[in-house]
Write a protein that binds this ligand. Structure first.
Ligand code: CMC
Length: 428
């Protein structure tokens, strides 16, 4: 790659920096020596102009609405691939042969059960705990149950931990759901697919036979694919930052889950459906559009806007189509879908949203499908976490083996008090 150089003038002096070119996408100025050269830091809250790492996993062109995993467009993967195949691709860089895929699925399937003591761990939570609170705790606790795969310097342990995380996440998520309902945990059944198994662990009860509906299984698998990775988003960056100190992978993924929970990130799917239900009927839409545009009102249209996509979110297109298919097949006539469709049209034609390039994101439609399938809103972000675990694990592995990897340690612009002397409390 033909790297070039660029000059920065600061304090009357010119400094030269390498400009690195990726295979595609904007060039990146290598400012690692900037502080040493100039004595100044760069300022970039929210990392809007900063590449925190080099990666070969996922590429996004936000202006063109492009999302590629290892070069493959997301719509092709969602329509033609499976979540397990995408997981293999993200982890290994290439699509698997039939034999490699079978072996990968077999390995993941062999790790689906959780330590029996982990079931006891759930009982410490209140039954009305948010399942994301349970996920943060239980996934973090995995490091206490699987000591034999926490040595990050051992490639084999890293691989086992990666497989364990991907394999156990559906079991852990389904257990969080069952715990809230007061129903018994359902053991995995390894003859089923990754996604079919998850649906069965979530929705079956021991008193009845359960058959996985192939349409729901396919839709769910697609939703998992659409959420599998998204380059250096907030939760992935959190996983990388936590991992940069040498923390074990289970702890790092728990950190990612905590970050994902926020309504500006993975929590948006729950917030979006709650918002659509609150709007209730299409005639109320103008009121909410006005609120979203009002600078003095903190309300935002949930499921709209994205830090990177300034054209459209390619995942939202697939999600909208899947939502139509699922609702048609299930015969669900949810008025919330009419609200969503109309809200989308109004917002897409409103100068405020057009000028700011705010388009529906992946979370705008996902909640509608998940609700039709039977998930309560509190589970939506859990499903996002389940799928994103694949991306987190792939990115964590890439970071650990990156020769440029260092502990993440941003600098700051200090605007607090300068040095002053302590005054005893009696004299204040
Ligand atoms: N409704 C109304 N106004 C909005 C919205 C929205 N959803 N999103 C952004 N804006 C406005 C914002 O007020 C700002 O206006 P101004 O320039 O006049 O101050 C402008 O658009 C730029 O917004 P920003 O907050 O500076 O942009 P950001 O890149 O920091 O935020 C975002 C991106 C996704 C956090 C934001 O668009 C948002 O809060 N959206 C709603 C939450 C949501 O749907 N999140 C899911 C993201 S996709 C799933 C995922 O990857 O996690």
């Amino acid at each position: 790659m033909g790297d070039t150089t660029g000059k920065v003038s600061l304090g009357g002096k010119d400094h030269e920096y390498k400009v690195l070119s990726g295979t595609v996408g904007p060039d990146v100025v290598d400012i690692r020596k900037f502080y040493g050269d100039t004595g100044a830091f760069t300022y970039d809250p929210g990392f809007t102009s900063t590449a925190s790492c080099a990666s070969t996993i996922t590429y996004i062109d936000g202006d063109e609405g492009v999302l590629l995993h290892r070069g493959y467009p997301i719509d092709q993967l969602a329509e033609q691939s499976s979540f397990m195949e995408v997981a293999y691709l993200l982890l290994n860089g290439e699509l698997p042969s039939k034999g490699e895929l079978d072996e990968f699925v077999h390995t993941i399937t062999r790790h689906t059960m959780v330590h029996e003591q982990l079931a006891t761990f759930y009982r410490g939570f209140r039954r009305d705990a948010h399942p994301m609170a349970i996920m943060c705790g239980v996934v973090g606790a995995l490091s206490a149950f699987y000591h034999d795969s926490t040595d990050i310097d051992d490639p084999q342990q890293r691989t086992i931990a990666s497989h364990r995380l991907i394999a156990k996440m559906p079991t852990i998520a389904a257990m969080a759901f069952k715990y809230a309902l007061g129903q018994p945990f359902v053991f995995p059944k390894n003859e089923l697919s990754y996604t079919g198994n998850f649906l069965r662990m979530t929705f079956s009860v021991p008193a009845e036979e359960y058959e996985v509906d192939p349409l729901i299984e396919a839709a769910m698998d697609k939703i998992f694919i659409l959420h599998a990775d998204h380059e250096q988003n907030a939760s992935t960056s959190t996983v990388r930052l936590a991992g940069s100190s040498g923390a074990n992978p289970f702890a790092c993924i728990a950190a990612g889950i905590a970050c994902l929970w926020g309504p500006a990130h993975g929590g948006a799917n729950e917030a979006a459906l709650n918002m659509l239900r609150e709007i209730g009927t299409p005639d109320k839409i103008p009121e909410y559009i006005a609120r979203a545009k009002n600078k003095d009102d903190p309300f935002r249209l949930m499921g709209f806007g994205h830090r990177v996509y300034k054209n459209y979110d390619p995942r939202a297109k697939v999600m909208q189509k899947t939502a139509n298919e699922v609702l048609d097949k299930l015969g669900v006539t949810d008025p919330v879908f009419d609200v969503a469709r109309e809200l989308e049209q109004i917002a897409l034609n409103d100068p405020y949203f057009v000028d700011k390039k705010l388009y529906p994101n992946v979370d705008f439609y996902s909640g509608i499908i998940l609700s039709a399938i039977g998930f309560p809103t509190t589970m939506f972000t859990v499903l996002f976490a389940l799928a994103r675990t694949v991306g987190w694990v792939a990115q964590w592995n890439e970071m650990i083996t990156d020769p440029d990897q260092k502990i993440g340690r941003p600098r700051q612009l200090y605007r607090g008090a300068t040095k002053r002397d302590y005054v005893p409390v009696a004299k204040r």
